[in-house]
Design a protein around this ligand. Structure first.
Ligand code: ATP
Ligand code: MG
Length: 745
């Protein structure tokens, strides 16, 4: 256990001391609707870690109450993540779905106590009736139903006699409670979807607020540890358990801060989008923050647990720098893995005064003398070095090989350049060199001074490998989604060369490639014919340097509760935008706080009087560009933005096309009207063009048509989406919406 106790451990310790519980039981309760990510690792480390420290137990429970999104493959991924991190859930994994019968009985008990009722308002009405933070809600007229009627209706709901959304079961608490969650929360809803474990047995499914506390109670959980967003649910948690008057002891809920890391996303919904849209290769893509991704990238469980330990457990949300995670893996591997040589970008060097070959005994851990282990490193007349390690016209502080500067081949000899061979295009294809035979590493008596030692491989023995270099998946410090993807997050090098010792048949092998970073034999794609290595992390934090030198200003990390006050001038601009131009405060805030952006906005306004549309595009799209470059470097002007917005306003182009157009404009600086004319992007509103496409899509999707007609109104979006896709985004969405709705009536 770490020396200083966090607040959760303090609570647990006191509860054990006071005899409130005999044993600490925690649980890790993921919903199996996606692969777990490093945020889950934090929760796993806390829940399993506390159980271990206090000799208790942690249950692994699948919180599987939403049949529409859950799947066994996610259950397997969750189990595998917990195991990989080194924790043990004991004999069996628990499932909330196993408690469905018990939960149903508890609901019946609440109804009998007149503490729950069947409501028949529509989803929208329920939302309306709930009121707002400043206004109390209003109770549904159905809350007056008798206990008998409620029991009967609830049973019919269970038996599948109603459609989705026709009724819900709600707790009868307080429609004017200050805590909105307490305004008669939903306990059950109807879902005619097969459950991946319970099959078609149930037509009602319990809501989180009802299922979670009771599942905790059923399992004898003592401390229910969850993230801060559930703070307001705690009142419901307590209400359900207290109202049912359950035999003590009962569990209590405590909240801790969620883990956020910059340059990445941690919402399962958004991760699923990346996977489904094939932006990444799968849930285990090494660029993802999923456990499977980190594992495949080459992270060790120790490094992740260490990271969780370092960030600690706090009660306020904050943003953790991804550099801290990278530090943890570097720190772990630095002590563990052998150092070998790989040449990423080979350049041939012929050592003209060397004949024959020899094997050099080279230590694996040259930096850590007591640690033993070495390999035979073949040396010969023809070797490869990295292109970056030779320069014909070097700058002053270049320490590697040049026509006049010798360099050491690591573990071997010093060489000097005799001749540079180029092809017809002037590209360097070979270096002719000489070596000094008295300069061998370890017994150097040559007296030659060199400024650096570089990696190399012997050409005959070297093996060709594929290297996958990863960079951050997002270019934005706080990304929103697909639009912030870093287009250079994966670089594949097909023809890198490694020394023979790197070729391995052991699984789970990591190496330091000298001067390049830490690498991992890809557990899926590595084969004898095609060895593949993933770059885990660089040797140093190269982003720290980059950040300082870039001109653009990084978006400020927003820490909750910390807002930089506006200057008087910014406040004046903000007021003008919100009061006169009627912009919403978020957009006005973005514009007012950035001098260049608000100037740009006002200039565009001088061409087109469309304050809201212009503000939207300037505060989003233009602002995004300005994060990468200075305003003077933009290829497009305020006038062009006004032309673009004019076409949107006049419905000449769809907003989808507008996005694409904007990207084109960013690159080419061409006039948007010209691009639209050249590419034929004019929006199509003509029904005679759109209707046949709708017919075709309807004909192709009879299942969805049937579902739509049976009441699944969400499918309207599916049909509209398909039509838009088919027209390359050119169809006018409003028109398509109307036509589709008409057709499906
Ligand atoms: P998402 O919102 O991405 O779907 P979630 O919180 O709904 O994530 P669950 O599967 O319900 O995901 O989470 C299981 C447990 O892991 C919960 O106790 C939750 O609080 C915790 N958890 C999820 N994300 C984080 C995070 N970023 N940091 C710490 N704990 C997390
Ligand atoms: Mg959740």
């Amino acid at each position: 256990m770490s020396e200083s106790k966090d607040f959760l451990r303090t609570i647990v310790e006191e509860d054990l001391k006071s005899g409130k519980y005999k044993e600490v039981i925690t649980r890790f309760p993921p919903e199996p609707n996606g692969f777990p990510h490093i945020g889950h690792a934090k929760s796993i480390a806390i829940n399993f870690g506390i159980a271990r420290d206090f000799k208790g137990h942690c249950n692994l429970r699948m919180d599987d109450t939403d049949p529409t999104k859950e799947d066994t493959k996610y259950v397997d991924a969750l189990k595998s993540a917990v195991e990989w991190l080194g924790f043990d859930w004991g004999d069996s994994v628990y499932f909330t779905s196993d408690y469905f019968p018990k939960l149903y009985d508890y609901a019946v008990k609440l109804i009998k106590m007149d503490k729950a009722y069947v409501d028949s308002l529509s989803e929208e009405e329920i939302r309306e009736y709930r009121g707002s933070v400043t206004e109390p809600g209003k109770r549904s007229k159905y809350a007056n139903r008798s206990v008998e009627e409620n029991l009967k209706l609830f049973e019919q709901m269970k038996n599948g006699e109603f459609k989705d959304g026709e009724h819900v079961l709600r707790a009868k608490i307080d429609m004017s409670a200050a805590n909105m969650k307490m305004r008669d929360p939903l306990l059950y809803r109807i879902r005619h979807t097969d459950h991946f474990r319970a099959g078609n047995k149930w037509s009602v499914y319990p809501m989180y607020d009802f299922a979670h506390c009771l599942s905790d109670y059923i399992e004898g959980v003592s401390h229910s540890l969850c993230t801060l967003e559930f703070e307001n649910n705690r009142d419901v948690y307590d209400w359900v358990l207290d109202t049912l008057g359950l035999e003590p002891p009962r569990p209590y809920q405590y909240e801790f801060a969620r883990l956020n890391i910059n340059y990445t996303l941690m919402s399962k919904r958004k991760l699923l989008e990346l996977v489904e849209d094939r932006v990444v290769s799968g849930w285990d893509d090494p660029r993802l923050p999923t456990i499977a991704g980190l594992q495949r990238r080459g992270y060790t469980p120790e490094s992740i647990l260490n990271f969780c330990d370092q960030i600690g457990i706090a009660k306020a949300n904050s943003m953790v720098d991804v550099a801290q995670l990278e530090f943890c893996i570097r720190d772990d591997l630095n002590k563990k893995v052998p150092r070998v040589m790989c040449v990423l970008n080979p350049l041939k060097v012929t050592i003209e005064n060397y004949d024959g070959c020899e094997d050099i005994d080279a230590p694996y851990y040259p930096h850590d003398v007591p640690k033993e282990g070495s390999r035979k490193l073949p040396f010969s007349r023809e070797v490869y070095i990295d292109r970056d390690d030779f320069m014909e016209n070097p700058p002053k502080d270049y320490y590697r090989l040049t026509p006049s500067q010798p360099v050491r081949l690591k573990h071997a000899y010093i060489i000097s350049c005799k001749e540079v061979i180029k092809d017809a295009s002037g590209k360097i294809i070979e270096i002719k060199a000489n070596y000094n035979h008295e300069s061998k590493s370890g017994s150097d008596s040559s007296g030659i001074k060199v400024k650096s030692a570089i990696q190399w491989v012997s050409s005959k023995e070297a093996k060709k490998v594929e290297i996958r270099l990863y960079d951050r998946l997002f270019k934005d410090e706080i990304p929103n989604g697909l639009e912030d993807i870093n287009p250079n997050s994966l670089q594949v090098i097909k023809n890198a060369l490694v020394e023979p010792a790197v070729i391995t048949d052991k699984p789970d092998e990591r190496f330091q490639f000298e001067r390049e970073g830490y690498f991992y034999a890809d557990p899926i794609d590595y084969s004898d014919e095609k060895p593949v290595f993933n770059k885990i992390v660089a040797l140093k934090d190269s982003w720290a340097k980059k950040k300082k030198t870039t001109k653009s200003q990084a978006k400020k990390v927003h820490v909750e509760g910390e807002v930089v006050p506006m200057s008087d001038e910014q406040k004046r601009v903000f007021d003008k935008y919100t009061l006169e131009l009627k912009l919403n405060s978020e957009i006005a805030n973005t514009l007012a706080r950035d001098y260049h952006l608000s100037k740009f906005y006002e200039e565009s306004l001088s061409f087109l009087n469309s304050p809201i549309s212009l503000a939207n595009i300037v505060a989003n799209e233009v602002a995004r560009e300005l994060k990468q470059m200075h305003i003077d470097e933009l290829k497009f002007s305020a006038k062009q933005i006004s032309q673009l917005v004019k076409m949107i306003d006049e419905e000449i182009i769809s907003s989808k096309i507008a996005k694409q157009l904007f990207e084109d404009m960013v690159k080419s600086g061409e006039n948007p009207t010209q691009i639209v004319a050249d590419k034929g992007l004019v929006q199509i509103s003509d029904p005679s063009y759109i209707l046949p496409i709708i017919d075709e899509i309807i004909a192709k999707n009879p299942d969805n048509v049937a579902k739509f007609k049976a009441g699944n109104s969400k499918l309207l979006g599916f049909f509209v989406g398909e039509v838009l896709k088919r027209t390359g985004g050119k169809a006018n969405p409003k028109v398509v919406n109307l036509l589709v709705a008409e057709k499906l009536k």
